[in-house]
Design a binder for this molecule. Structure first.
Ligand code: PLP
Length: 408
């Protein structure tokens, strides 16, 4: 059983008011709130540990290094990577995906006859870096279409896999609609029909359920710390050892070299080859505290609570006439994305909800192709975290009804 009052007590921000009303935070897919344990670990680094990592012989530097490397091990276990050096710290999913695309072109891994497959359900950060890679290399981008429910057309994937396919990149969970893609099935298909490397954008997966990168058998797995209770500016790129070893670095600079001279520079071992410059030490250490926070609650407890919330929210919202839920029948987690028909645009609804202390996201959610598919400018998106309650969902529903009255 989940102890919600105990969990909520760990989030100081949940005590604040917005426009004189208690904050109801339903914008967790954008970024989650942070528990005290994470906030304290981060501030404690500056109070007690602040020193640069991997460079100093002095005690403080060694302590900071130990803490950060300990956090890397926690992340390794969290996603069940085989080795801790397969976990590269980045500043988020966007940087993780850009790292892959630049490492690929720096390594001369793609040329004009090659193909990259993504899906219609992607966040812009899993579209634009691939488009830029195609511009640099001449490779071609193909897009798996969706149906009216937002479900991917796997026949398209099957028919388009070939020796030319070098990369297939897709999200585990859509941030705009909350749809959970059949990644295991997709990965088997790709493995059977091509030698492509598989990139999974796990930004909306890791906050909600257990991920096992070895069981998935993906080549890369990218996610953001700040969506899973860790500070902003934190994220991870997991890569299989052999794949990472075969790639040139993305950024050059300090920390990522083994030797450096004007004639020749050699690179450091994994993961440091891909971690040029001073990292976000405080944030990376606090990411480990966020992993502890999730694991202390337990994935099953967390997942069950969030699934119940989503089901409750969807059922209650659908009681409202002239309300469309996108991807209503698809397998989803964490997100309900909807619009009121004939009652303003999503931002009008969002503004009315804000006046009631309810934070939701409105607009295209960095997924303009999905909005174009549904022929809409945006949606209202309520997204859940472990601290949300049914009472907050009730307040959302009342707020949406009020918005409908005011706008129609
Ligand atoms: N991919 C997905 C599915 C997302 O939801 C997001 C953020 O909303 C991103 C990528 C980009 O994450 P970040 O802004 O943390 O780099």
């Amino acid at each position: 059983m989940i102890n919600l009052s105990q969990i909520r007590a760990q989030f100081p921000i949940l005590n604040r008011e917005i426009h004189g009303k208690p904050l109801i935070y339903l914008d967790n897919a954008a970024t989650s709130q942070k528990p005290l344990s994470v906030i304290e670990v981060e501030s404690n680094y500056y109070k007690e540990l602040n020193a640069n990592v991997h460079r100093g012989i002095h005690t403080l530097s060694q302590l900071a290094t130990d803490e950060m490397e300990n956090s890397r091990k926690k992340v390794q276990k969290f996603i069940n990577a085989k080795h801790d050096y397969e976990v590269i710290f980045t500043k988020g999913t966007t940087e993780s995906i850009n790292l892959i695309t630049y490492a690929l072109s720096n390594s001369g891994k793609l040329s004009k006859d090659d193909e990259i497959i993504i899906t219609h359900l992607e966040h812009h950060s899993n579209i634009v870096p691939w488009q830029m890679l195609c511009q640099r290399t001449g490779a071609k981008l193909k897009v798996i279409p969706i149906n009216e429910e937002g479900i991917l057309n796997l026949d398209f994937l099957r028919e388009n896999l070939s020796d030319r396919t070098k990369i297939v990149s897709f999200n585990y969970v859509s941030n705009a609609l909350g749809i959970v893609n059949p990644v295991q099935e997709m990965i088997s298909l790709i493995r059977q029909n091509s030698g492509a490397w598989i990139v999974v954008d796990g930004a909306q997966a890791v906050p909600h359920f257990k991920v096992d990168v070895q069981a998935l058998d993906c080549d890369f797995f990218a996610f953001s710390g700040h969506k899973m209770y860790a500070p902003t500016g934190t994220g991870v790129l997991y890569g299989k050892e052999a794949v990472l070893e075969s790639l040139e670095p993305f950024h050059g600079g300090g920390e990522m070299i083994a030797t450096c001279s004007f004639e020749k520079t050699t690179y450091a071992a994994l993961p440091f080859k891909f971690e040029a410059g001073t990292p976000n030490i405080a944030g990376n250490i606090a990411l480990g505290a966020a992993v502890d926070f999730i694991e202390n609650i337990g994935h099953e407890t967390l997942q069950q609570h969030e699934n119940n919330l989503l089901k409750y929210a969807q059922n209650r919202l659908l009681e409202i006439e002239k309300l469309t839920v996108y991807g209503e029948k698809a397998h989803r987690t964490g997100v309900v994305s909807f619009n009121l028909q004939n009652a303003g645009i999503s931002s009008d609804v969002g503004m009315i909800l804000d006046k009631l202390g309810i934070a939701v996201r409105t607009g295209h959610h960095c997924t303009q192709p999905i909005m174009d598919f549904f022929n809409i400018a945006g949606t209202v998106r309520a997204s859940f975290a472990v601290y949300n309650t049914n009472e907050e969902v009730d307040a959302l529903v009342e707020g949406v009804k009020k918005a409908q009255r005011m706008l129609s």
